[in-house]
Design a protein around this ligand. Structure first.
Ligand code: GLA
Length: 387
């Protein structure tokens, strides 16, 4: 599969630029196992980089021109590194444009290039195709410009490109794990300190199954920003009782129990979810360390219930998908993953129940929603690198 895609990339490069590429880079999408909406609260997340990625073949130029051909969109974009503007037609090209803009702003000297790009991370499904695009482009500029960019700094530059150039106010999780993930590991990230631990998954006999609801995440941007402000509001109010707190990360469950009644109802629900989700992430790491997948499954389910009832970022289709998984024997845990309002769920299932899960989802999900699901059986893979 990967070999066929590389073949396609190379022949695409030859066809569009009449030469052999100098560099072949890739960056993966991600699925978050637990720790949802905690990244912008300075909290903890536990994502894995997956076996779906975006690949780029490239060759440097002697001038400042960047020409990128997308095999998936059948479209060429062109810009000069000396004048990087938005492209309202080829919106996919705003990711490389934004990355180039902020790499330059950080003082990196970039070379122009020719590049061909193709990916198999489903778009707008909550599996971070945008982060994969940003990271693979940053890796490509690094390589062909002969630079060495600190990986954490690269993730931050990619996040900045998404926040300020593309205009999506995301946290740091997606870019970080796309750059730094590790095969067979989840990545525990402390989103304040930007320190991380690789957590061995030890999933012998267990599959990570990602189910796409096929609901494109329509509401997500405005609702995402609303959740962010609710959390900030909560911190402002709680700061009167817990002086010095900077984010919900600084509030523990006991303190929250003591002071939660000072918060307006909605703010209270949102903040309560975040405080408990941070605890669930750390408990999940412990569960993996002890090989206690059953415990982890319970935490996944609790996380979904919190996202559904307290943080209110689920939707009927995500709930249906999760309920189908919950009612399947051999399922260890299941929850929505990513920002919500559509996109995907993540489920851990015993290998010998995988077929049952797949056929139940394929039968019951369309019956309940009228939509066709897509199912991806995923493995935890390395973060970005050369091919
Ligand atoms: C999106 C954002 C991430 C994170 C998740 C929710 O994927 O890009 O930064 O906030 O939503 O956990």
């Amino acid at each position: 599969m990967t070999d066929d895609r590389i073949e396609m990339l190379l022949s695409g490069f030859k066809e569009h630029f009449g030469a052999e590429p100098e560099a072949l880079m890739r960056a993966p999408g991600r699925v978050n196992l637990i720790g949802e909406h905690t990244d912008y609260n300075d909290g903890f997340v536990l994502p894995v980089a997956i076996d779906r990625d975006i690949m780029v073949a490239s060759r440097s130029r002697d001038d400042a021109l960047v020409r990128i051909y997308s095999l998936d969109f059948n479209a060429l974009t062109e810009f000069s590194l000396n004048d990087i503007s938005h492209d309202s037609e080829n919106t996919w090209s705003n990711y490389p444009r934004g990355v180039a803009h902020f790499l330059k702003e950080e003082g990196y000297e970039l070379r122009g290039m020719e590049a061909v790009v193709t990916g198999n991370v489903p778009l707008a499904a909550g599996l971070s195709s945008s982060a994969a695009m940003e990271v693979v482009m940053a890796m490509t500029f690094e390589k062909i410009s002969g630079l060495e960019i600190d990986p954490v700094k690269m993730a931050l530059i990619c996040q900045k490109a998404e926040n300020q150039f593309v205009g999506v106010n995301c946290g740091i999780m997606d870019q970080f794990v796309s750059r730094m993930g590790r095969k067979d590991h989840a990545l525990l990230l402390d989103c304040r300190e930007l320190e991380f631990d690789l957590v061995p998954l030890n999933l012998e006999g267990v599959n990570i199954v990602v189910c796409n609801t096929s609901v494109k995440r329509g509401l997500v941007d405005s609702e995402y920003n609303k959740r962010r402000s609710e959390c900030e509001r909560g911190v402002k109010i709680l700061d009167d009782f817990l002086p010095g707190i900077r984010a919900l990360r600084d509030v523990d469950v006991d303190d929250f129990q003591k002071y939660h009644h000072h918060l307006p109802e909605t703010t209270e629900k949102r903040c309560g979810y975040i405080v408990r989700e941070n605890v669930r992430v750390l408990e999940s790491v412990q569960a993996f360390e002890e090989g206690d997948l059953i415990r982890f499954g319970i935490l996944m389910n609790e996380s979904h219930i919190g996202l559904r009832d307290e943080y209110e970022v689920s939707c009927p289709e995500l709930d249906a998908m999760v309920e189908i998984a919950w009612s399947t024997d051999g399922v260890i845990g299941s929850r929505m993953t990513g920002a919500g309002f559509g996109g995907c769920t993540v489920t851990l299932v015993a290998e010998d129940s995988l077929e049952d899960l797949v056929s139940k989802v394929n039968k019951e999900y369309p019956e309940r929603t009228g939509l066709q699901p897509e199912i991806y059986i995923c493995t935890a893979e390395d973060g970005a690198g050369s091919l």
